[in-house]
Structures are given as structure tokens and as C-alpha cells.
Design a protein around this ligand. Structure first.
Ligand code: G3I
Length: 386
């Protein structure tokens, strides 16, 4: 993709933001004289980008960006580079796509995304090494208790080594907790648990750390946000998993909280419980990444203004609650525009009963800012400086 003059301008902005972010990632001590009062609020209007407001508070803001969207839609790609400090690959580095055959890896799409991040002065975040979904058929057919450890270790090391030195962070293991399966340890009864037992998660982190000692290694999961029985059980089980991993010296550095929120009429949020939970995670010495934030609006009213208000409220409530905790260093939305949300697909809730299109993200299909965008920007401005 050619770099236009406007791009060159963003490159310098992006490089500044990334240097700031890298400094944050490398956890270098901040200048003691740099206090909250000296970090004035960023003026929020139609010329502001979320990257600016986040960086001003020492936060990283990013989004998932998928291979065809960023490499074919120039208007969208330009905006993405202006808005985000960080790019998270979409599906390109999931096992099914990056390791389609036992003896073949396909890094082409991941490499294009890595180049996009590099050319735009952005951080690159890898998603995801070990998950019970998006596995290729050959794995499900060939993996067994005898070869699973070798298959996993080789996969993790091959993929992580390929991007070693380029990755801000990796989602090493994804969605391993599921209280509904009623195990004492709260783990999901997945193919990985069946093949390797509960230590598969530790194995994955150790393999990743050996392959790229620089990357921040993240345990990523969902459903920790809701004020429901499942939310409470998930928070408890995730804490138990993190404590067990850390007690064994596992190189896990951060928790990824996906935050696929539902607007308040479907799934209540309790800010106090959310703030208390991230505090407990921080007390373990871990950083926290809000890793896939968006708002499901499938059953919200048809009226766009009312719907956008409820969606913005969900973003505001959640971010105000988590950003109280300085260990929350990064906020990633699962897209920046409704134009490319995963939620557009019927199987992911795209078929609203009233037939209207979903509106889960900060910007609309025409890339215009919505109330959700302003709610995120304001939450960044309200956050204590990192
Ligand atoms: O690209 C192919 C297309 O060629 C083909 O015609 C079509 C047929 O269905 O499939 C397309 O691939 C789809 C891919 O998204 C790209 O759109 C896959 O079927 C579909 O399963 C895949 O869904 C992804 C889903 O994870 C499963 O991997 C979503 O895009 C992605 O947003 C979603 O993200 C997950 C995170 O990885 C983990 N946390 C939950 C989150 C939401 O489910």
C-alpha cells in the first residue's frame, strides 16, 4: 500500500504514540514530575483520534484489523492508522488459518498485517495461539494424547518465532475457563484438556516465552464483566487459574478481558465488582488488557438514537470501572467501524429481529463517530494517567 503524504504525517504521530506506548510496555519509570495535573485533557471533537486521547493518559488504544479490510479498503485503512496505536490480527494467526496443513504454515496474511502495523508506526498484537475453536480438521483428526504436546509446542514456537521481536503481546491461551462445565478448577472441557490435562495452559506459555522472551504473554478470556452468576463464577475461576499458573512460575504477564458487552437491558454491569476484580488481578502482579471490546445490540430498540445511547452507556460504564486500575494498560475494540464488525454475520448476531443492521462499534459504516466513540474518548480523558 503506497504511503500518501497524509500517511507520512500519521507515521510521525504513530511513531510518537508507539514510542510512548513502547515505553509504557517496557514499563520504564515515568518522569516523577509528570503528574496527572500536568497531563491536561485532550480536547475531544471531530478532529480528535482515540490514539491521541489514550496516549495522553499513557494508555494504548487499538483494534482488531482483518486482512482483507485493511489491505483493500484504503479509506478505512487510513482511518485505522489515525485512530489506533495498536493492530490486533483478526483470524489470520488462528491455528486453522496459519497452520492449515500438518507440514505447512501460511504467514502471508499475518505478514501483511505486521507490515501494515510497521509501516504505520503501530504496535502489533497476536491473537491467538491456543484455542479450542478455529482448529484445522487435520488437527482434530490426527492429534492424540501421545502427540498433542509435541504438536502444540511446535505450533506455538513456529508461529511465535516467526514474529519474534515484532509482537507487543500474544494471546497465548484463549477461553480456557467455562464454569458451566462444573469442574472444580473451572476449566472448559476442551480438546486441549482432554488431550493434555489441565497443564496444557502452562505448557503453551512456556513454549511462547522460549520463542519470544520480549513479548507480553496474555491469558485471554470473556464473560468476566457481567453482574450475573456466570460472571461471578468466571471471575473466580480465572483468578484461580492465574494464581495456579503464577504459583508454578508460569511466564504469564497479563490478563486479557475480552469485554464483549451486551447493552444493559440484556446483561447488567456492576462497576464496583468490575473495579474490584481488576484490582485483584493487578494484586497478582499482572497487567490487564481490555482485549476485544464491543457491545451487542441485537435486541435493543430500533430507534438509532436510543440504541446508540444505550451502546455508549455500556462502553462508558465498563471503561470508567476498569480504567480506575492503573494496571489496565491497553484497550482494544473488536473493530473501529460497524462496516467490518464480526457481529454483522447472522451466526454472530447480525440478524436483528427488526431487520436493521447492528451498531456495536465506535464508528458507523460511513466511518463517522458515534456516541460510543465519544464515550470511549471521554473515559480515556477521565482515566488516571499511567
Ligand atoms: O473468510 C472465510 C470466507 O472465505 C468463507 O466464505 C466464510 C464461510 O463462512 O468463512 C470466512 O471465514 C470466517 C472468518 O470469521 C472471517 O470472516 C469464518 O467462517 C468465521 O468462523 C470467522 O469468525 C471469527 C470467529 O472469531 C471464529 O474464529 C470472527 O471473524 C472473529 O471476530 C471471532 O473473534 C473471536 C475471537 O477470536 C475470540 N473471542 C471471541 C471473538 C468473537 O467470537
Amino acid at each position: 500500500m503506497t504511503i500518501t503524504r497524509r500517511h507520512a504525517l500519521h507515521l510521525s504521530l504513530g511513531a510518537l504514540a508507539t514510542m510512548g506506548a513502547c515505553a509504557q510496555h517496557k514499563l520504564q519509570a515515568r518522569d516523577p514530575g509528570d503528574s496527572d495535573s500536568q497531563r491536561k485533557n485532550i480536547k475531544i471533537d471531530e478532529t480528535t483520534f482515540l490514539k491521541e486521547v489514550a496516549t495522553n493518559r499513557g494508555l494504548i488504544y487499538g483494534s482488531v484489523g482483518r486482512y482483507p479490510d485493511l489491505t483493500t479498503d484504503e479509506e478505512f485503512a487510513d482511518l485505522f492508522a489515525q485512530e489506533c496505536t495498536m493492530l490486533v490480527n483478526g483470524n489470520a494467526l488462528k491455528w486453522k488459518y496459519v497452520h492449515p496443513q500438518p507440514d505447512r504454515y501460511d504467514f502471508a496474511k499475518g505478514d501483511e498485517l505486521a507490515a501494515f502495523a510497521r509501516n504505520n508506526g503501530m504496535l502489533f498484537r497476536g491473537h491467538t495461539l491456543i484455542w479450542s475453536q478455529a482448529l484445522p480438521n487435520w488437527f482434530r483428526e490426527q492429534a492424540n494424547r501421545k502427540n498433542a504436546e509435541q504438536l502444540m509446542t511446535e505450533h506455538v514456537q513456529s508461529v511465535v518465532k516467526h514474529y519474534a521481536g515484532q509482537m507487543h503481546s500474544w494471546d497465548v491461551a484463549n477461553e480456557c475457563v467455562f464454569p458451566g462445565h462444573e469442574r472444580n478448577d473451572g476449566l472448559r472441557k476442551s480438546i486441549w484438556l482432554r488431550l493434555l490435562g489441565k497443564d496444557y495452559i502452562e505448557l503453551a506459555f512456556r513454549a511462547a516465552a522460549e520463542a519470544d522472551p520480549q513479548a507480553l504473554l496474555v491469558y485471554n478470556d470473556n464473560r468476566m464483566h457481567s453482574d450475573t452468576e456466570d460472571g461471578e463464577a468466571t471471575r473466580t475461576a480465572v483468578l484461580k487459574l492465574l494464581e495456579r499458573l503464577l504459583a508454578k512460575g508460569t511466564p504469564v504477564h497479563a490478563l486479557g478481558m475480552q469485554a464483549h458487552l451486551w447493552a444493559k437491558d440484556e446483561m447488567p454491569l456492576n462497576p464496583q465488582k468490575i473495579t474490584a476484580f481488576v484490582r485483584e488481578v493487578a494484586d497478582l502482579g499482572l497487567k490487564i488488557v481490555v482485549s476485544e471490546m464491543d457491545v451487542k445490540d441485537k435486541h435493543l430498540p430500533t430507534d438509532t438514537q436510543e440504541r446508540d445511547r444505550l451502546i455508549a452507556d455500556a462502553y462508558r460504564t465498563y471503561l470508567d470501572a476498569v480504567l480506575q486500575e492503573p494496571a489496565v494498560t491497553t484497550v482494544v475494540t473488536w473493530g473501529i467501524s460497524d462496516r467490518y464488525s464480526w457481529r454483522n454475520k447472522p451466526k454472530f448476531g447480525g440478524n436483528r429481529p427488526d431487520g436493521t443492521l447492528v451498531r456495536p462499534l465506535p464508528r458507523d459504516r460511513d466511518l463517522q463517530r458515534k456516541p460510543a466513540w465519544y464515550a470511549i474518548a471521554q473515559a480515556f480523558n477521565n482515566a488516571p494517567a499511567r
